[in-house]
Ligand binder design. Structure first.
Ligand code: PYL
Length: 294
C-alpha cells in the first residue's frame, strides 16, 4: 500500500478541489450519494445519528500531517458527527470507545479501518475504496452490465474491485505488471486476465486503475472513462486529453464508503429504523430511514 503524504491530502479538509462538483458533473452523484450506494444503503439514510471518532496512530512511520483532520472532515462532509480524539493510539482508541461513539476510524502503516463499536466489526478501506470507485465507474459509464471493464493492479483494491465489478454485470479483465498476480486474481474471481498491461489498457475504454504505477497517455483510448483510486495520481497530459473522464481523489471516496459500510453493519444488526408516518408499507429499507442505535 503506497503511503500518502501530507501534500497528497492537503486539499481534503477544505475540499478545495470541489470534489462533489466534479463528481456530480461526471457521475451525477456527490461523495455522500456514492458512499451510500457503495454500502447498499438508501439515499435517505440519516447519517447525522452516527458519531465517529478519528484516532491518530503514531506507530511505524508515524502520523501523516493532516490525515486525522482530513478523515474528520470527510465524516462531517457526508453528514456524520465526528471528532479527533485528544489522545493517540491505544489511549485514543479507549477514549473513543469510552465516549460512546459508534465508529472509530484509524490507520497504521498496514491497515485503515472503521471499527463499529456496536457490532465489533471492521470496515476496511481497501474494500471501501474498491466499492466506492466501482460505483463511480458504473455511474460515470451509465451502467456496466455486459460492458468490458479492465482492472489495472491485482493488489487488495484491484482484487476486490474485480469481484464487485463482476457482480455489477461487467465482463472483467485484470492486468498487472506482475502477470502471475493478475492470473491468480483472475482464477480466484472467475474473470479474465491479460499479461501485457499496455495491450490491456489500449483495448479497453472502461478502466478501474488500482495501481500506483503510471499509465502513459499514449496507451489510453480516446473517450476512456477511468476510475482511479491509485495513489499517487499518475496520469500525464496526454492521458488527460484522451480520456473523457478520470476520477481520482487521495482519500475521500474510499473513506466515505468505508464509513457507510460500517454504518450499514449497525443498521443490519439493530434492524430498528424509524419510518416517518404516512409512508405506508415499506419493503426492506425503503422510505426515510433513520437508523436507531443505543
Ligand atoms: C490510507 C491510505 C490510502 C493509501 N495509502 C494509505 C496510507 O497512506 N496509509 C498510512 C496511513 C498512516 C496514518 C497515520 C496517522 O496519521 O494516523 N498512522
Amino acid at each position: 500500500m503506497t503511503r500518502l503524504t501530507s501534500e497528497d491530502i492537503s486539499n481534503v479538509e477544505s475540499d478545495a478541489i470541489g470534489l462533489d462538483d466534479r463528481l456530480v458533473s461526471v457521475t451525477g452523484h456527490d461523495v455522500r450519494t456514492i458512499a451510500l450506494e457503495a454500502a447498499g444503503l438508501p439515499q435517505c439514510v440519516d447519517l447525522s445519528g452516527f458519531q465517529v471518532a478519528v484516532v491518530p496512530i503514531t506507530s511505524g512511520l508515524g502520523e501523516i500531517g493532516g490525515f486525522a483532520r482530513s478523515l474528520d472532515a470527510i465524516a462531517r462532509h457526508i453528514g456524520m458527527r465526528s471528532h479527533v480524539t485528544s489522545a493517540t493510539d491505544v489511549s485514543g482508541f479507549a477514549e473513543a470507545v469510552e465516549s460512546g461513539v459508534d465508529i472509530v476510524m484509524m490507520a497504521d502503516d498496514d491497515r485503515f479501518i472503521a471499527y463499529n463499536t456496536l457490532t465489533g466489526t471492521c470496515a476496511d478501506n481497501a474494500l471501501g475504496t474498491a466499492m466506492g470507485y466501482s460505483v463511480v465507474l458504473r455511474d460515470a459509464a451509465g451502467g456496466l452490465r455486459g460492458s468490458d471493464v479492465l482492472v489495472v493492479g491485482a493488489g487488495f483494491v484491484g482484487t476486490q474491485a474485480a469481484r464487485i465489478l463482476r457482480s455489477m454485470g461487467a465482463v472483467v479483465t485484470v492486468t498487472d505488471i506482475v502477470p502471475s498476480k493478475a492470473a491468480a486474481v483472475a482464477a480466484a474471481e472467475g474473470v479474465a486476465y491479460m499479461d501485457d498491461v499496455r495491450e490491456a489498457v489500449s483495448s479497453h475504454w472502461l478502466i478501474l486503475n488500482a495501481s500506483p504505477g503510471e499509465i502513459p497517455g499514449e496507451w489510453i483510448r480516446e473517450g476512456s472513462i477511468i476510475s482511479s483510486p491509485g495513489v499517487p495520481f499518475s496520469f500525464d497530459d496526454e492521458a488527460m486529453r484522451r480520456a473523457d473522464v478520470i476520477v481520482h481523489d487521495p482519500l475521500e471516496i474510499g473513506s466515505a464508503s468505508m464509513l457507510t459500510m460500517a454504518v450499514a453493519e449497525t443498521i443490519r444488526k439493530t434492524g430498528r429504523v424509524n419510518m416517518p408516518l404516512g409512508l405506508g408499507t415499506h419493503s426492506n429499507m425503503g422510505g426515510h430511514v433513520v437508523a436507531m442505535h443505543r
